[in-house]
Design a protein around this ligand. Sequence first.
Ligand code: MTE
Length: 307
Amino acid sequence: MRPYRYRVPPAREITPQQTWLNRRALIAAMGAALAAPALPRKATALPEVVPGPFSTDEAQTSFEVATNYCNFFEFGPAKDDPARHAHRLITDPWSVTIDGLVERPGAMAMEDILARFPLEERIYRLRCVEAWSMVIPWIGFPLADLLANVGVRPDARHVLFEGFDDTELMPDHARNLLEWPYREGLRLDEALHPLTILAVGMYGQVMPNQNGAPIRLVVPWKYGFKSIKSIRRISLVAERPVSSWQERAPREYGYYANVNPQVRHPRWHQATERRLHDGGRIRTEMFNGYGEEVAHLYDGMDLSEHY
Ligand code: MTE
């Protein structure tokens, strides 16, 4: 994950901030989106969305920045590769296989997921390990709801997530970047934490392909690479899985990957971050500012060792 130079757009190029808290706003937003020439927005409607807990009132990153400055290595390493190539991903039909140590394994179609789990808006900070950050209004539901629905067996300790591995969809320059599918993992208590969501939309609309359509993970106290996009499979397992970045560079990317300003990445420090929408540098907070909610998960652990 090498930092990539990106021009932060001046204010006049950025669509004014809006919050999307109810269905009416959602529909109005879609009308505005259709009129906006800059980016094609998806017109598909999501079921009703209500405001959820834990949202920040910090200034939000614009839709344009959040959808054009992306990491999605299946579509290439440059920040604008996902916006250019992710349209190749066919997200309908889509299903997520849930298997391993669960009572009721099987594949869930996206329609069933959207019908079953009430959607909330969660405005979270996203801190990338590359030391940039955004504030994004996600739409999703707690991963804990889905896990309760399939029934976690008592011997499960971790959750393994997998993306898609259809290399035909990937541009040539992306095919050998990592071992596909992209893989990530969470300890079961992290997966069940109420901050951890599966997101199906952002900015009041269905998830743009480049941000991980149709369903992705968002774990706001961890570096962004944990928040795996375009999930195909969720497996409950006993042993700690090895994630894609750990496999690729174990000294650089750990399993926990909690945002921690005191633990350097071997090639750069993590004490500050660049907020993309204003270009300014701010201090990085322990657990990305979610310490009150999550610090207890790591009581007694040396986080410089378990990075
Ligand atoms: N998920 C998949 N499948 N492939 C990826 O390359 N990149 C990760 C994460 N999820 C990635 C992924 C990284 S490094 C970050 S910082 C976030 O997605 C970025 O999410 P965003 O592009 O929506 O901001």
